[in-house]
Write a protein that binds this ligand. Structure first.
Ligand SMILES: Cc1cc2nc3c(=O)[nH]c(=O)nc-3n(C[C@H](O)[C@H](O)[C@H](O)COP(=O)(O)OP(=O)(O)OC[C@H]3O[C@@H](n4cnc5c(N)ncnc54)[C@H](O)[C@@H]3O)c2cc1C
Length: 525
């Protein structure tokens, strides 16, 4: 994946996509596989906004059953099934526990009814590779506590577990961009759309700025999609379509379980999660109206206090601020509505068209972005008179191995033969899919590359070098936030960052001065 801004200048495309989050990436991948001439750009890195700040769940959204949004849940469950099938390396099953306490807002009977309905809707959407392991189970007090021994015992009546799925959101986007490129799309990160070019009131192209300082370019496009996330709300028209809500996650130490927990905040009744990810625990999320700067979405002190307070109501050994390893915040784009709290607003997606003919993707979920993108590309094809059906429904993702189970067993065995520890091997397979073989080949040539970069986290040096050489990272924080999210999973000190930057410097063509700048900019992320 090489970045080449010069491929844009003066070109005519069928479709220009502004925004390289999960929506833009699925649109680019889908459209380029249907044979359209596609360009996709992002003002920053791929997935540098909300699409690397989600809870990383591929889920139906159990909590939406409470507001009777069966359509949204069914749609998301069908997409969960599809993604587990077409991207077994990228999306994997994850079980959730739901404890029931004497004072729980949702009692045992209501929860059981909801979980029956969730399983029923999942079955309606068809079987999947996770099959029966997704259905819910009920536990008594003792057996539930044996499963989650770190939970407080007092008042615990029992609980349930149910199946959903998980991903690495930023790597999903990267894989889709790589797939679009393979299918012929021009994909350029750090490239900002500054202005639409119009002819007789209709947009027919755009002015683009190279954010790495190599000038600007004009491109022509027969259709333009803005998949610019919350930046859609920076115009008057956009503001009338959207409501923004900020969601924060804290990264906490590992809990002794490989299952997640769905919990209810005692202060306001909202649902929040504790989710295992790369060996750490994601604690989130918050959900509050946002009217601040779209370019700088920061974690607030009150959100930290809220999450720690609510988590500590459930766990025996309380967390303090000193236990926080990392944090991140992102903005949800919700359809404009007048509900009092953003958490009761619909998460559904909508396509809006401006008077100049530019189409805006508003809202949605990582989980359902494939289907929403397919309907956008259907609309674009209809406008262009192209009659090629969508292929993303059944086609494996570009890095998905054939015969996943057999491939997985063989690749883990091969990695362990090369002295790569088991946990790192599992994550390598999830991160790179069939390209893991190329990462292992690097270890075959240099055994030291099997070592972990940070002792407590499952990332090895060959992975770092492979990502630096092949995944269009421009800055150190691209590598350490989105290609491998060390920046949020560890408290990296200046000397850790300096060491990592020096390892990748020859591949990135960085001299000492640039290394220093790159390390400094990691502290500003
Ligand atoms: C806290 C939180 C938790 C969530 N958890 C989940 C979850 O677990 N599961 C789930 O399914 N969904 C989840 N979601 C929803 C999901 O993350 C979003 O729906 C999705 O990431 C939105 O993707 P997007 O492509 O529309 O926007 P973004 O990812 O925000 O992408 C928009 C891109 O446009 C670019 N851009 C903007 N303006 C320009 C310009 N002028 N020129 C060039 N580029 C531009 C930006 O740089 C950005 O990269 C969550 C959301 C939040 C906030």
């Amino acid at each position: 994946m090489n970045r080449d801004f010069s491929l844009l200048a003066g070109r005519q495309f069928d479709l220009l996509i502004c925004g390289g989050g999960v929506y833009g990436a699925w649109i680019a991948y889908d459209a380029s596989m249907r044979g359209l001439r596609v360009a996709i750009i992002d003002q920053g890195d791929w997935a540098s906004a909300t699409s690397s700040a989600s809870s990383k769940l591929i889920h139906g959204g159990l909590r939406y059953l409470e507001v009777y949004d069966f359509r949204l849940v069914s749609k998301a469950l069908a997409e969960r099934r599809r993604l587990l099938e077409i991207a077994p390396h990228r999306v994997w099953p994850l079980r959730f526990g739901v404890p029931v306490y004497a004072d729980s807002r949702i009692g045992r009977l209501r929860l059981k009814t909801g979980l029956f309905l969730y399983d029923f809707l999942a079955r309606l959407s068809g079987a999947n590779r996770a099959g029966k392991s997704m259905t819910h189970r009920q536990f008594g007090r003792r057996t539930f506590h044996d499963r989650f021994p770190f939970l407080k015992c007092s008042g615990l009546k029992g609980g349930f577990t149910y199946g959903d799925a998980q991903t690495d959101d930023a790597r999903l986007v990267l894989e889709l961009v790589a797939g679009a490129m393979e299918a012929g799309a021009v994909c350029v990160n750090y490239c900002k759309l500054t202005e639409y070019i119009e002819s007789r009131g209709l947009a027919c192209g755009a002015a683009l700025q190279d954010m790495l300082g190599h000038g600007s370019a004009h491109v022509s496009a027969r259709q333009i999609i803005s998949a610019s996330g919350h930046w859609a709300a920076t115009s008057d028209q956009g503001r009338s379509w959207c409501r923004l809500s900020k969601g924060t996650h804290l990264v906490m130490p590992a809990l002794p379980t490989d299952e997640a927990l769905l919990l209810t905040a005692r202060s306001d009744g909202r649902v929040f999660f504790m989710i295992p990810w790369y060996g750490m625990t994601l604690l989130g999320t918050t959900d509050a109206d946002y009217r601040g700067d779209p370019d700088h979405v920061a974690v607030g002190a009150e959100e930290v206090a809220y999450l720690l307070t609510e988590a500590n109501r459930y766990i025996e050994k309380a967390w303090s601020e000193l236990d926080i390893v990392g944090s991140y915040a992102g903005l949800r784009v919700l359809k404009r509505n007048d509900t009092a709290s953003p958490s009761s607003a619909s998460r559904d997606w909508v396509l809006k068209s401006a008077s100049n003919g530019v189409h805006y993707s508003i809202g949605g979920k990582v989980t359902s972005a494939r289907e929403d993108a397919a309907s956008i590309v259907n609309m674009v094809c209809a406008k262009l008179g192209v009659d090629v059906p969508c292929q993303t429904m059944s086609r494996h993702l570009p890095w998905a191995p054939e015969d996943y189970a057999g491939w997985y067993a063989a690749i883990i065995a091969r990695a362990m033969k090369l002295s790569i520890d088991h946990e790192s091997a599992i994550w390598l397979a999830r991160r790179h899919g069939k390209r893991t073989e190329e990462v292992l080949r690097m270890v075959e040539n240099d055994a030291k590359l099997a070592e972990r970069i940070m002792p407590g986290l499952p990332f090895i040096y060959s992975d770092l070098l492979y990502s630096a050489g092949n995944e269009m990272a421009v800055h150190l924080h691209d590598l350490l936030r989105r290609r491998m999210p060390l920046l949020i999973l560890a408290k990296l000190r200046e000397n850790d960052l300096g060491r990592i930057a020096s390892v990748v410097a020859p591949l990135m063509h960085w001299d000492q001065a640039r290394i220093k700048r790159e390390v400094e900019s990691c502290f500003q992320q």
